[in-house]
Design a protein around this ligand. Structure first.
Ligand code: CMX
Length: 137
C-alpha cells in the first residue's frame, strides 16, 4: 500500500549553494548531507510537514542526476511515494507490465529501501518507491 508522498527530489548543480537558499526560503535546516554511493548522488533532506524535499547533486559525471541536468537543467527530478511493503508493490507493478528500472530494491537515503519506475510508464515523471528503514526513517 502507498501511504503518502515521501519526498520530492530536486536536481541541483551546487548542493551547498541550494542548501543555503532552501534553508532561508523554508526557514528550516536540512538533515546532515548524505552521499548515496550506489545512486551516485549527495543529498540533503528538508522536512516540510509530512513530506520532504530532497536536494540532489551528482557525485560523478555518469550519475543519473548529472545526465538529467545536462539534458534538462536543474529542476524536479522525481517524486517518491512511501510504501509499507516495497517487494509486494514491485511484484504488483511487474504483473501490470509497468516498466521498472529496479526490479529489486536498493539502499537509499537514511538506509531506506528504494526502487525506481521508468518515466515512460508514468507520464514522464520519474517515480520512486521508498520503504522506511527499521528505525522508521
Ligand atoms: N524525469 C523524467 N524523465 C527523465 C528523467 C527524470 N528524472 N531522467 C531521464 N529522463 C528521460 C530523458 O529525458 C529521456 O527522455 P527522451 O527519450 O524523451 O529524451 C528518457 O528519460 C531516457 O533518458 P536517457 O538519457 O536515454 O536515459 P538515462 O540514461 O538518462 O536514464 C533513467 C534515465 C530515468 C532510466 C535513469 O536516470 C535512472 O535509472 N534513474 C533512476 C536512478 C536515479 O535517478 N538515481 C538518482 C536519485 C537517487 C535518490 O534519490 O536516492
Amino acid at each position: 500500500m502507498i501511504t503518502q508522498i515521501d519526498h520530492i527530489g530536486i536536481a541541483v548543480k551546487d548542493l551547498d549553494k541550494q542548501i543555503k537558499i532552501y534553508s532561508e526560503m523554508l526557514g528550516i535546516t536540512p538533515g546532515k548531507t548524505e552521499i548515496i554511493e550506489e545512486q551516485k548522488v549527495a543529498v540533503a533532506m528538508f522536512s516540510v510537514g509530512e513530506i520532504r524535499i530532497e536536494l540532489l547533486q551528482a557525485t560523478t559525471d555518469d550519475s543519473p542526476v548529472a545526465k538529467f541536468i545536462e539534458k534538462r537543467g536543474e529542476g524536479i527530478h522525481h517524486i517518491a511515494y512511501r510504501v509499507d511493503d516495497i517487494d509486494d508493490r514491485l511484484r504488483i507493478l511487474k504483473e501490470k507490465n509497468i516498466v521498472l528500472i529496479d526490479e529489486q530494491p536498493k539502499i537509499g537515503a537514511e538506509g531506506s529501501l528504494i526502487a525506481f519506475i521508468h518515466p515512460k510508464s508514468t507520464a514522464g515523471v520519474l517515480t520512486e518507491l521508498c520503504q522506511m528503514n527499521d528505525k522508521g526513517v
